[in-house]
Write a protein that binds this ligand. Structure first.
Ligand code: PAN
Ligand code: ZN
Length: 180
């Protein structure tokens, strides 16, 4: 394995979307995130998204991960990520949209939410200390690269307990942000 001090690189591949080797893949299915959707009658094995990241284990100060989210809905809610705060309060992140259309929900510790739309070639800064969730509102895969510090840590529990105050749903063919 190459040392991280030598740098590392990957190709973002399309068709299918992914990262070149050496990389690892985590698949999130409906059964892994039932608490996130209001309805969950769909097949628990339904893949919602996958996260592909470098396979190297050596510690480093920056890394990246590619998220590939399918298009679809559970009930009236668009496919989305679980969402998390970073454990480190000073750790922000940059998202770059490679394909598709969607949005990011950012929720602060007081529960206020903003929605930032994202489409191919958009770059978005996610500030520290906000929970962030990506939502695929388009008809194809929603693909984005996240660049962050691996020691930021992912805190899923805090936002799961409280929940996002808004959800992204389809109403009469339109994408709508409504109170949870
Ligand atoms: C992203 C997310 C990725 C999956 O790389 O981890 O999109 O979302 P969840 O982690 O909420 O399941 C990121 O924000 N990293 O910090
Ligand atoms: Zn993050």
């Amino acid at each position: 394995m190459k040392s991280r001090h030598e740098g590392f690189s990957h190709k973002v591949t399309s068709n299918p979307w992914g990262l070149s080797e050496p990389s690892k893949v985590v698949v999130r299915r409906l059964k892994d995130m039932k608490e996130c959707f209001k309805a969950c009658e769909e097949d628990p094995e339904t893949e919602i998204y996958r996260v592909i990241s470098p396979a190297e284990e050596e510690p480093c100060d920056m890394t990246y991960a590619l998220t590939v989210m399918k298009s679809g809905k559970i009930g009236d809610e668009f496919f989305m990520t679980k969402g998390h705060f970073h454990k480190r309060q000073d750790a922000g992140e940059v998202y770059m949209c490679m394909d598709g259309e969607g949005c990011l929900l950012l929720q602060d510790r007081l529960g206020s939410v903003i929605r930032l739309d994202m489409a191919k070639d958009d770059v978005v800064y996610v500030p520290p200390a906000v929970a962030h969730r990506a939502v695929n509102t388009g008809k194809g895969d929603f693909v984005f690269l996240a660049v962050y510090s691996p020691d930021a840590g992912h805190d899923y529990e805090s936002i799961l307990r409280r929940g996002f105050a808004k959800r992204v749903v389809e109403r009469g063919g339109s994408v709508v942000l409504e109170d949870s």
